[in-house]
Design a protein around this ligand. Structure first.
Ligand SMILES: [Mg+2]
Length: 131
């Protein structure tokens, strides 16, 4: 069901990288994995992705900084790529913090494969409805 999405995964943890890659493949999606926010922004700029899965805690450039850089690029160049925060930070208010900082949705780690699928589908539908 649906188009095969092309997803940018920005995540520093090798285990999480592998897990996300396998899950996305199961959905029939393709992905590129970037190991920190700086690499993620560079990949975003050269790729044509449908959405971004963005870890928060990463070396070099964290998920908030990377999201800010992507949104700044979009202000000059147009577009709005859906960015889903994928983070182990589950304290109250953290989802709101992600949304206030330019992200479109939020998924707490650990998550089940079905939850990942649902959050991607939901986020893509929100974007389609908004555009
Ligand atoms: Mg991390």
């Amino acid at each position: 069901m649906g188009n095969p999405l092309h997803i940018l995964v920005v995540e520093d943890n090798p285990v999480n990288q592998k897990l996300l890659g396998l899950m996305l493949k199961q959905f029939g999606y393709t992905c590129v994995i970037a190991a920190d926010g700086k690499i993620g922004v560079a990949e975003y700029r050269k790729g044509s992705f449908d959405a971004v899965l963005m870890d928060i805690q990463m070396p070099v450039m964290d998920g908030f900084e990377a999201t800010a850089a992507i949104r700044a690029h979009e202000r000059s160049n147009g577009g709005h790529i859906p960015i889903i925060a994928v983070t182990a930070h589950v304290m109250p208010g953290y989802r709101e913090k992600c949304l206030e900082n330019g992200m479109d949705n939020y998924l707490a780690k650990p998550f089940k494969m079905q939850e990942l699928k649902e959050i991607i589908t939901e986020t893509m539908q929100q974007r389609n409805a908004a555009s």
